[in-house]
Ligand binder design. Structure first.
Ligand code: ADP
Ligand code: MG
Length: 236
């Protein structure tokens, strides 16, 4: 095995926080549930990507994370897999609303995240609903009414549905802001804040961003509690 320090150095991982757990550098040494490991194997993945290796053990401790990494680094499973474990532990009733909420800037990205959630969550019987604009609300509302463990949503559409009182976020205890910098660039900050106001404060919050400008730092400071910061590569 490699030491955490040499793995981090080799993969340009920088961590900031107290007692950051070592990265999970191999699928063989993880205690991820076997049904999830099987899906990962079927997908042909040989090892966790650096962002996965470092963010899984932190997320599994229930801690907040802000991760700064460029696209294509495997962030989606980086937050979905710990989210699946979170769901298993909570055993909430999906009829009462989602437990895991992922905010994403665009319909295209949201549906990609949903595809990944369905593919890797199916064997754990995890249900996922995708909410985005530019499509009629009816089918999305119908899907919500059937109950769902995970909601992946663009901020605009989720905010509309919240205002219609057709979703409750009272059970959300695992909140992900994916591509936070892009969501802010698109002007979604007011909707994000309204949504997060409806999520209980006792929650785990994970923020993923490709860049780290002051607007993103500000919203991270407002929404996350004592996060561990993980940087991959020399993005800043
Ligand atoms: P990001 O959100 O960082 O842009 P994605 O989560 O979309 O990246 O992942 C990019 C691609 O890498 C996807 O096709 C995904 O299925 C794949 N991928 C994810 N994890 C791994 C892994 N451990 N090994 C190989 N490929 C992976
Ligand atoms: Mg992504």
């Amino acid at each position: 095995g490699v030491s955490p320090e040499s793995y981090r150095r080799r993969h340009e991982i920088t961590v900031t926080g107290d007692n950051v757990p070592p990265p999970l550098t191999s699928f063989d040494t993880t205690d991820l549930p076997s049904e999830i490991l099987r899906e990962v194997q079927l997908a042909g993945f040989s090892a966790p990507t650096p962002i996965q290796a470092q963010s899984w053990p932190i997320a599994l401790q229930g801690r907040d994370i802000v991760a700064i990494a460029k696209t294509g680094s495997g962030k989606t499973l980086g937050y979905l897999i710990p989210g699946f474990l979170h769901l298993k532990r909570r055993r909430n009733n999906p009829q009462l609303g989602p437990t895991v909420l992922v905010l994403s800037p665009t319909r295209e990205l949201a549906t990609q995240i949903q595809d990944e959630a369905i593919k890797f969550g199916k064997s754990s019987r995890i249900s996922c609903t995708c909410l985005y604009g530019g499509a009629p609300k009816g089918p999305q509302l119908k899907e919500l009414d059937r109950g769902t463990d995970v909601v992946v949503a663009t901020p605009g559409r989720l905010n509309d549905i919240l205002e219609m009182r057709r979703i409750s976020l009272d059970q959300v205890s695992y909140l992900v802001l994916d591509e936070a910098d892009r969501m802010l660039d698109m002007g979604f900050e007011p909707q994000i804040r309204k949504i997060v106001n409806e999520v209980p404060t006792r929650r785990q919050t994970l923020m993923y961003t490709a860049t780290w400008p002051k607007e993103v730092r500000k919203i991270a400071a407002d929404l996350l509690v004592n996060p561990v910061q993980v940087n991959i590569g020399n993005v800043d």
